[in-house]
Design a protein around this ligand. Sequence first.
Ligand SMILES: [Zn+2]
Length: 111
Amino acid sequence: MESQELNCKKCNSCGFLTLSAHYKCPQCSQNNWIDIKLKGEGIIYSYSKINVGFGRMSTKTPYYLAMIQLDEGLNLLAYIDFSFNKKIQINSKVKFHTRSEDNYPIFNVLE
Ligand SMILES: [Zn+2]
């Protein structure tokens, strides 16, 4: 499987990490962003199975949304790609795979 890095913004004043564009840092109010790449490895902190989606996601059910805690310290909401039939549970190891068409990160379960 091709290894993907996750593009991220880091506040160069306080170290706050985010995937979203912000004018000012939500933690220190500075505008001092640098672009970094994360390995995108972490664990599932919490997850939900979505059985009824709406809009364009209505045709993609069931799917999983998970809160992921990355090794680099960033917590984020992501889709889980379960096409590999891996068991999804709390503390499952995950790796960033790609971005969805609406720019959400998609992770694979590793074990
Ligand atoms: Zn900051």
